[in-house]
Design a protein around this ligand. Structure first.
Ligand SMILES: [Zn+2]
Length: 371
């Protein structure tokens, strides 16, 4: 057996009401003027008012696109410097939380963002010299608050680029399910299916990581059981809490790796504007069918967690129950776009740990099947 390296994430404040601890957590870390990174939509909600009220010294930066760009990051860095901020608070789903990570990096790291691309081993160029960052989740999906990666679309290539380093993980993740109670149904479903997909893809990904495997299996079951409950009763704090935990567990588990579903989903967001989690949800059954010859035993473990049956059919049924349409064409994806998307998907790093190796042709065939 070869030597393995395991590392587990950061301090997590979890539970209804956890956000109220923000003032003491800021002062503990000597942060008096944080850059509060969020997006324009969230900045108009009571959730934002509540959190902003807990950090009266904060400078608000809300210019983060749904799929955050290098431009957003550089604007955030300029705002940080102009206002002489001394730390970062990220508030939102994956987009603001990822953008905040990249802003945190670029405040102290001078190379162009593209030079920190994980595919170019850019993580080796990232040092511990970054400002403190507290991440507050408002969705149960990406788990960006406990992950050490950020996905940013680089200007020159228009490609979703992963920046990955242990130094990017927030010093504190605040997971307060009360902040998710008013999330609209489509976002609840899409982000929830992202959390589900993280757990499923991490569990069947190649590689030796029994710690992540155990978390992934339990997280997949939590999402499977609780996402339909949340859809039926959006303001139920107990089921919302379970989904927030499933989201954290998914992001902890996917430090092991993800798979082809994510490689296929990334270009659908950057090029077609499709919601990340919704794209995963539509693609996942097709990718599971593709992977069955290489991961049958792992899929049987998941099927047992879901009460038995065939996994692709089970996931299709879950999608139906949470209101996600079965096909990419239902979300306006055009067949003519698929060859270029497949060209981008094969360059995406996530499929490298997919249980069954895939070529560009395989990825194109999966897009066509899911269309
Ligand atoms: Zn994802």
């Amino acid at each position: 057996m070869s030597v393995s390296q395991f590392s587990f994430p950061t301090t997590i404040l979890f539970g209804p009401g956890a956000a109220a601890r923000l003032p003491e957590e800021l002062s503990k870390r000597g942060i008096s003027r944080p850059l509060l990174v969020t997006d324009a939509g969230l900045a108009r909600t009571p959730v934002f008012d509540r959190v902003a009220g807990l950090a009266p010294g904060a400078v608000v930066f809300s210019a983060v696109a749904p799929n955050p760009t290098e431009r957003n990051v550089l604007d955030g860095v300029a705002c940080y410097r102009q206002n002489q901020c001394d730390g970062i608070v990220g508030l939102g789903g994956g987009s603001p939380l990822d953008a905040a990570k990249a802003i945190r990096l670029k405040v102290t790291h001078e190379l162009p963002l593209a030079d920190y691309d994980d595919l170019l081993d850019g993580g080796n160029r990232i040092s511990a010299n970054v400002p403190p960052y507290i991440a507050i989740a408002t969705t149960s999906g990406t788990g960006s608050e406990v992950s050490r990666s950020a996905v940013i679309t680089i200007g020159a290539t228009n490609r979703k680029t992963v920046v990955f380093s242990p130094h990017l993980i927030p010093v504190l993740a605040i997971a307060d399910p009360e902040l998710t109670l008013d999330l609209p149904a489509a976002l609840t479903a899409g982000t929830g299916m992202d959390a589900f997909t993280h757990n499923v893809e991490a569990y069947i990904a190649r590689g030796y990581h029994p710690l992540c495997d155990a978390i992934a299996l339990a997280g997949a079951r939590l999402a499977w059981e609780n996402l339909p409950r949340v859809m039926a009763d959006p303001r139920g704090v107990e089921a919302r809490s379970q989904m927030m935990m499933a989201s954290l567990m998914g992001a902890i588990a996917f430090q092991k790796g993800l798979g082809a579903t994510h490689s296929l989903a990334h270009p659908l967001s950057s090029d077609c504007g499709m919601h990340h989690g919704t794209a995963n949800a539509v693609l996942l059954p097709f990718v599971l069918e593709f992977n069955r010859p290489a991961a049958g035993a792992r899929m049987a473990d998941l099927e047992a967690q879901f009460g038995g049956g065939e996994i692709a059919a089970l996931v299709r049924d879950l999608n139906r129950r949470v209101g996600i349409a079965p096909r990419l064409r239902d979300y306006g994806v055009d067949e003519a776009a698929l060859p270029a998307l497949a060209g981008k998907a094969i360059q995406d790093g996530c499929h490298q740990l997919n249980p069954r190796p895939c070529t560009r042709e395989d990825l194109l065939a999966l897009y066509l099947a899911a269309l």
